[in-house]
Ligand binder design. Structure first.
Ligand SMILES: C[S@@+](CC[C@H](N)C(=O)[O-])C[C@H]1O[C@@H](n2cnc3c(N)ncnc32)[C@H](O)[C@@H]1O
Length: 259
């Protein structure tokens, strides 16, 4: 794909992730080595939040924003035939090295999860952990995930909870027990020029906005989780202080089924 034809957020996020991919290699290695999946910034165990079916034999899966590819690696161990798409060539280099090291080859696509080069109804299961879930535009990637799924197929994704965004000060400092941003105007967060820990361009919606989008797209909600930091944490992770995340939800999980 020609970089000049990419939407602004996709081009900006590509540059961001290509620049910082080297900082994610060791975390990717550790995740690939895990016998059991853990999820999100607080490493919550699969036994608690059930993102995957235990037996994924014969399931054709797509990971939207696969990064270093460990989620697809975990799904392959459960029997899935995996495909991963990611916007960053540098992240995909790590994914390729790790899949080879673990003798778990799967198809990697360099591209935008808002426009996946696969026919309609190709997949049984789609997933994103902090991939398309936060970096892609909801109005584009949610209908695209729906298109890619077979009827009855499931989309599960985990990302930042909207409350964690609206409690982030304008300068990008960690979440506080105060409301700093509009909840109703929550959509695009441009973190490129904040003083503290600049990032890329992310997206989120009020809960009612997510529900409306799922309804209009043709997804039914199977489950919705609001994740809490476990007691043992006391540090700040990815701009979320653990003590904050014991009182308010820092992450959300949506589990959807294509109608
Ligand atoms: C935090 S990683 C999440 C992936 C994986 N769980 C991990 O931690 O390695 C975010 C990934 O989303 C990818 N990404 C961002 N925007 C994307 C888009 N529009 N389409 C596909 N991937 C995207 C980035 O390139 C990055 O590799």
């Amino acid at each position: 794909m020609n970089d000049n034809n990419l939407p602004e957020h996709v081009a900006a996020n590509r540059e961001y992730w290509d620049r910082y991919a080297h900082e994610w290699v060791s975390a990717g290695k550790r995740s690939w080595q895990q016998a059991e999946p853990t999820w999100g910034i607080w490493a919550l165990p699969e036994s608690e939040i059930h993102m995957l079916s235990e037996d994924m034999s014969g399931m054709h899966t797509i990971e939207l924003g696969c990064g270093t590819g460990y989620v697809s690696g975990w799904m392959m161990r459960r029997g899935a035939k995996a495909v991963g798409i990611d916007n960053s060539a540098e992240q995909l280099k790590t994914a390729e090295a790790l899949m080879n090291e673990h003798h778990a080859p799967f198809e990697l696509i360099h591209g935008n999860a808002e426009a996946v080069p696969y026919p309609d109804a190709s997949f049984d299961f789609a997933i994103s952990e902090y991939g398309a879930a936060i970096w892609a535009e909801p109005a584009k990637w949610i209908p695209e995930a729906h298109r890619l799924l077979k009827p009855g197929g499931e989309l599960v994704f985990l990302g930042t909870h909207p409350i964690a965004i609206i409690t982030t000060p304008e300068n990008g400092a960690p979440s506080e027990p105060y409301l700093h941003r509009s909840y109703f105007e929550l959509y695009r967060q441009d973190w490129r020029d904040v003083e503290v820990d600049p990032g890329g361009i992310e997206f989120n919606l009020p809960i009612s906005g997510w529900l409306a989008l799922f309804r209009e797209t043709g997804f039914e909600v199977i489950d919705y989780l609001e994740l809490k930091a476990p007691d043992q944490f006391d540090e700040t992770k990815f701009s979320i202080p653990a003590d904050w995340a014991k009182k308010w939800p820092s992450e959300q999980v949506w589990k959807l089924r294509k109608i």
